[in-house]
Design a protein around this ligand. Structure first.
Ligand code: PLP
Length: 367
């Protein structure tokens, strides 16, 4: 781990392509299968691309380098990662979940994973007393986002890890919003890092993928068994797209953040903005004076696109109430502030003056 993070975005641990042709860009090994020399003997260790593929391995090693992980697995989406993470648990286990999670995770728990027979409780994980009070004898994991999507609550990973590890529970952190460029949960005590690579890691709104990183060999072995068996691993071309995106992660994250800070400062000057939620990186949520105003702004933006997702070069404005969080129960949305007046902006890397001018025009013509 000798190189700085911006160098590791480009070179990982510094391993070179060994394809015999000295390619600078790691090749796309677009193959389903690999030939064997003799039964059970394949010198490079590749058999079948569901289990492993050289392009995926190169990407996974780069992600492990960035996340300070023992091992990382590239999946076909962030949700495939999270579904696999929950496969680790068994009937009777208790899992504490952060109370503000991406809506797809809430849907996974409420509509799919309940058949696995484990109990869950939603807790505001930044409230350490509430967290301690929620622990039960069968608590096996604490799972949370920091900052959260969309309310930007920040949890102290180190403090949660101390509490979890004192009762033998795992800490699972969704690092999608910060990325390993701004935050390394494993260095703070997390055991497992999950993230949607669709967002900042790939970074160009053109690829869906996800990563599961393990802190130790035992977890890594279990997740390797799960990923090769259930099979939602990432195809070689998407792996290559993500490798290409990662090369500019450092530059993009710096620009996303400085642009977001400029937009946040502008939002704070507006009388028609009720609240601004910002916790670093390129994501901002804000509430406006009415749901009609929110809908009008969504209609009036031109440079910024009204769309789901986040973390790409293009600025996207999202309506969490109906787009990303429809499956969160109404009372929970109300409690968190995910109302029909809330908008979530993924600030892209366009010129910040153009982003603000587009918002300004939309706000003015919407009021
Ligand atoms: C915080 C967070 N985690 C996980 C996911 C799921 O990732 P994917 O859309 O790549 O399946 C999302 C998607 O928006 C997200 O915002």
């Amino acid at each position: 781990m000798g190189y700085a993070v911006d160098t590791r975005c480009i070179h990982g641990e510094g391993h070179k392509t060994e394809d015999g042709n000295n390619a600078i860009s790691f090749p796309i090994y677009q193959t389903a299968s690999f030939s064997h020399l003799t039964p059970g003997h394949n010198p490079n260790g590749f058999d079948y691309s569901r289990e492993s593929n050289p392009t995926r391995t190169y990407l996974e090693e780069t992600i492990s380098s960035l996340e300070h992980a023992y091992d990382s697995i590239a999946f076909s989406s962030g949700m495939a990662v999270i579904a696999t993470a929950f496969e680790y648990f068994k009937p009777g286990d208790h899992i504490i979940l952060g109370d503000d999670l991406y809506g797809g995770v809430v849907r996974l728990i409420s509509q799919i994973s309940t058949k696995n027979g484990y109990e869950t409780d939603y807790v505001e994980t930044s409230d350490l007393d509430a967290l301690k009070a929620a622990i039960k004898p069968n608590t096996k994991a604490i799972y949370f986002e920091t900052p959260t999507n969309p309310m930007m609550h920040v949890t102290n990973i180190k403090a949660v890890a101390e509490i979890a590890h004192s009762v033998g529970a795992l800490v699972i952190v969704d690092n999608t919003f910060m990325t390993p460029y701004f935050q390394n949960p494993i260095l703070e005590g997390a055991d497992i890092v999950v993230q949607s690579g669709t967002k900042y890691l790939c970074g160009h709104n053109d690829t869906v993928c996800g990563f599961l990183s393990s802190e130790n060999e035992e977890l890594a072995d279990r997740f390797r068994l799960l990923s090769k068996t259930t099979g939602a691993t990432l195809g070689p071309f998407e792996c290559w797209l993500c490798l290409r995106g990662l090369k500019t992660l450092a530059l993009r994250m710096e620009r996303h953040k400085s642009n977001a800070e400029a937009v946040r400062d502008w939002l704070l000057t507006r009388k028609d903005v009720e609240k601004v939620y910002y916790a670093g990186s390129g994501m901002i949520s804000f509430s406006v004076k009415s749901s009609e105003h929110a809908v009008e702004i969504l209609k009036k933006i031109k440079l910024i696109t009204f769309a789901e997702s986040l973390g790409g070069t293009e600025s996207l404005l999202t309506y969490p109430y109906i787009q990303t969080h429809p499956d969160v129960p109404a009372e929970q949305k109300e409690k968190l502030g995910i109302t029909d007046k809330l908008l979530r902006l993924s600030v892209g890397i366009e010129n910040p003056d153009d982003i603000i001018a587009d918002l300004n025009k939309a706000f003015e013509s919407a009021s």
